[in-house]
Design a protein around this ligand. Sequence first.
Ligand code: SF4
Length: 643
Amino acid sequence: MGLTLTEKILRDHMVEGESVKGQEIGIRIDQTLTQDATGTMAYLEFEAMGVPRVKTEKSVAYIDHNTLQSGFENADDHRFIGSVCKKHGIYFSRPGNGICHQVHLERFGIPGKTLIGSDSHTPTGGGLGMIAMGAGGMDVAVAMGGGTYYITYPKIVKVELTGKLNPWVAAKDVILEVLRILSVKGGVGKVIEYCGEGVKSLSVPERATITNMGAELGATTSIFPSDEITREFLRAQDREADYKPLSADADAEYDEIIEINLSELEPMAACPHSPDNVKKISELAGMKIDQVCIGSCTNSSLLDMLKVAYILDGKTVDPGVSLSIAPGSKQVLNMIAENGALSKMIDAGARILESACGPCIGMGQSPNSGGISLRTFNRNFEGRSGTKDGQVYLVSPEVAAVSAIAGVMTDPRSLGDMPEFKLPEVFTINDNMVVPPIEEEKMDTVEVLRGPNIKPFPVSEPLLDEIDAKCSLKVGDNITTDHIMPAGAKILPLRSNIPKISEYCFAVCDEEFPKRALDLKRSIIIGGSNYGQGSSREHAALAPLYLGVKAVLTKSFARIHMANLINAGILPMTFANEADYDKVDQMDDLYIANVREQVKNSDIIKITDKTKGFEFEAKLDLSERQRAMLLAGGLLNYTKENA
Ligand code: SF4
């Protein structure tokens, strides 16, 4: 039986496990990327591993999320990332060089390689035939240190594309159609693989729009074959040597098949407040709009900008509409400045933003109260725009531009004939905003620059042989990671400063907790059912680690938080008999003997409540790899030991 493209790339990178769907496999990672909002922590974690130089083929740090400087914290973070990259072998894409996924596609992505990035839209790289996946900051740090990345072997969905898009129907409409069919949950545990004759009519940036927004399906990733179109794109980027033809075998078998005839698609929009709430523009036409934002990692390529400039040429933005445009990269901005497209946009009344995420992450351009905003982005969740009652519609650049002129939602097919928009044979290449790392021999000459907001990552110690600790906190059921480590405008800028951010740990439940835990030095937290539900933020494990929490004992855990505790080297146990939860009180003295031996060999941990004078049992439901990680003192130590 032949192989799918996904199976071929996974097979070439597999270092642990077997190709059995639903089972855990370990793969080698060739490339990593970070953005600034997650990057500082990833590099602090990398530093804590003590690996002098990255072991990946290429690692790149981008600054694109928090480019608004409203305090010293962001500037400190950017300076820290730049210096840590220079020292440890990482390329640094400076603020202004562009959005991570757009720049990575242009300058770094390579067909057939594996890429993980601490950003959920890393699958954009699938447009070049990569297995590109979003991951946690610690996973990226471990991959940079040469460690294995673990995923569940995915099911593979074939999306067979036939026909050819009609004029003014876009790649965005293809992914909106897939979202309409599969929904935002339809891709979980799956890779979406695009095949068929229709693929040949899509350029690499169009393919990347489709794989980018595959993240909204909840998919592991999405991928296109690497073909002559890919070769042309890489040649135009002066990277033809990176080209390699890749496709699925003709007799490959898939878990699911979806057929889409491109010729039958119409312009569409994802209506508020979910990317799968898809309707045809013809059904929405005439709706008055307040704002249009063009850009983001989904739709900010040169091709997108050329279409927008053509539509705006000689026209004026409707007086009731604010139109902003953020070209995706310095390369795109440079080229539209050179060929006159930029002046057409400015002339029409567009507000030109820097090449960064901007409004997509709520950094500026929030719509007016109850305002209707058309955006070429990938997410329209309630409140994401910064305006709680803002109504965001996700559309193609073509729909966005034509509607900005008309002041109402407009079907771009009303423009009539469409000229042929072609990518240039040669892009304008100038990587002067990418700072390469210093040579390995000179790395000791580089000082890592830490402002007051940058503090070292808390290093965890190997698991103790005995835990003699007090219960520093007892909480009830359904504690979320927001309870454990709140976010928000005041706390988020402290993300690179674990000691400082830890002062807010559990403060919403018990504001004395952080100080009490620090005074105790070693402690155990007791929780109820579903402990750690909600966001996957790793700070909800790192702050307790810094505060000296050695174990968390609950009735049950939310899956991702439990994994984060293990990564941090904190022992996650559940009550063998839930009635024991009621017997243990905050500030009880708890004692566990022979901890290492018990973690290595047993599913049961014996605990003594010395205050109450009774012994009870806790369960440890862990894989062998997780036990080894706990013994080592967390994922970073485990990786160091096994690298
Ligand atoms: Fe995330 Fe938006 Fe930036 Fe893309 S443009 S990386 S979706 S914030």
